[in-house]
Design a protein around this ligand. Structure first.
Ligand SMILES: NC(=O)c1ccc[n+]([C@@H]2O[C@H](COP(=O)([O-])OP(=O)(O)OC[C@H]3O[C@@H](n4cnc5c(N)ncnc54)[C@H](OP(=O)(O)O)[C@@H]3O)[C@@H](O)[C@H]2O)c1
Length: 213
């Protein structure tokens, strides 16, 4: 599959590396692709471009940019390059303010998530939430004694969620589908919960697992 990754940060580079590892073709996008030159030179097969080029390249798009800039990055990516495509949204709506006693501050409301806002603004894209509440050391094929961790996902489009579940399987995650885009109200704050022990112990190598009978 051809994957366009929007973002030049650690999450974008890590997910791009995961797709390359599993045999997909990848173009990573930034407003300033020169930022990605080192990554591209150290990575076999990964190409870089501006947001618009990465989105046009991808049959599937990954959104891994600063939460506050997500809509701007998607606008730069171009409506026509997103229409009808699965957009894996790894973003968190983190406020530009320090955490309060280790608890991140969000700029969203508990009854309106970032992904709902993006889905309304870009109605022809099929947003699915994933990879927002795990750190880069454990994103791709993590090994835990307790077995495969759980990727909580949501989104309105069933075929996009099937596509994401297949990717999760490749990346070593089991999928728990929480339903439609509104469930992002619960999945985005998992990032807050995930960060609390990180700030407390300066250890970022944990992940969530859903236990069922
Ligand atoms: N860090 C983690 O462990 C982690 C884990 C899970 C999820 N997340 C979430 O994943 C996302 C990416 O995190 P990150 O730490 O890799 O990177 P980041 O520093 O949060 O974001 C960097 C990206 O945001 C883009 N950006 C910033 N301002 C912009 C603007 N005004 N217009 C367009 N694009 C803009 C940058 O674009 P340019 O390339 O053009 O500069 C860059 O690609 C965030 O939403 C974060 O909350 C992070």
């Amino acid at each position: 599959m051809k994957v366009g990754v929007l973002g030049s940060g650690d999450v974008a580079k890590t997910l791009a590396g995961g797709f390359l590892k599993h045999g997909h073709s990848v173009k990573v996008g930034s407003r300033n692709p020169a930022k990605l030159a080192d990554w591209a030179s150290q990575t076999q097969g990964g190409t870089v471009g501006i947001f618009d080029e990465a989105a046009a390249f991808g049959e599937l798009v990954v959104l891994a940019v600063k939460g506050k800039a997500a809509a701007d990055a998607l606008t730069l990516a171009g409506l026509k390059n997103l229409a009808g495509k699965t957009v894996i949204d790894a973003c968190n709506p983190i406020e530009d303010a320090p955490p309060e006693k280790g608890v991140l501050r969000f700029f969203t409301d508990i009854n309106l998530s970032l992904m709902e806002t993006l889905q309304s603004q870009f109605p022809d894209a099929h947003f699915v939430k994933a990879y927002n509440s795990v750190g880069v050391p454990c994103m791709i094929n993590p090994k835990f004694e307790g077995g495969r961790p759980t990727m909580f996902i949501c989104g309105n489009d069933e075929s996009a969620k099937k596509q994401l579940a297949a990717i999760n399987e490749q990346f070593g995650w089991e999928t728990a589908d929480m339903g439609t885009v509104e469930a992002a109200r619960a999945i985005e704050p998992l990032c807050m919960l995930w960060c609390i022990p990180g700030f407390k112990h300066n250890d970022w190598t944990h992940a969530f697992k859903m236990l069922t009978k």
